[in-house]
Write a protein that binds this ligand. Structure first.
Ligand code: IDP
Ligand code: MG
Length: 143
């Protein structure tokens, strides 16, 4: 039996605005991943800069911070075998034009910045991001 892993996932402001929260959740649940924490929230600049600290030096950083703080997001923790890789595959490539049809970005996005959904890129990133967004007692235990 493969060990369970947790990952951090977020429906970004464009996804919330376009009423695609249910679609994202449905795809992850359909794959067999379990939702263990969820909140709708407005990200402030401080949290945005911490969350995207790996991109501080990128030319798109300030635009990315504006975008991610532009409206409510839905932050979630998902659990399952290889959850990090499973979610990344369900999301598709960063640039929606490169994302396979059938992936979330490949089906619903066109813009490399406003690409609808975030998923942690490694177990280490997942742990860091989960602790940025959630307290331990906000994460549920499921069978
Ligand atoms: P990821 O979300 O697929 O992990 P990252 O490379 O970690 O992609 O980039 C973080 C976010 O920054 C992307 O999801 C996207 O919103 C934005 N982004 C990435 N590359 C570009 C770019 O070249 N121009 C504008 N925004 C970008
Ligand atoms: Mg990333």
């Amino acid at each position: 039996m493969t060990a369970k892993q947790k990952t951090f996932v977020m429906v970004k402001p464009d996804g919330v605005h376009r009423s695609l929260v249910g679609e994202v959740i449905s795809r992850l649940e359909g794959r067999g991943l379990k939702l263990v924490a969820l909140k709708m929230m407005q990200i402030d600049r401080n949290l945005a800069q911490k969350h995207y600290s790996a991109h501080t030096d990128k030319p798109f950083f300030s635009s990315l911070i504006e975008y991610i703080t532009s409206g409510p997001v839905v932050a979630m923790v998902w659990e399952g075998p290889h959850a990090v890789r499973a979610v990344r595959a369900l999301m598709g490539s960063t640039d929606p034009l490169e994302a396979n049809p059938g992936s979330i970005r490949g089906d619903y996005a066109l813009d490399i910045e406003k690409n609808l959904v975030h998923g942690a890129d490694s177990p280490e990133s997942a742990e860091r991001e989960i602790s940025l967004f959630f307290a331990d007692d906000e994460i549920m235990c499921r069978e």
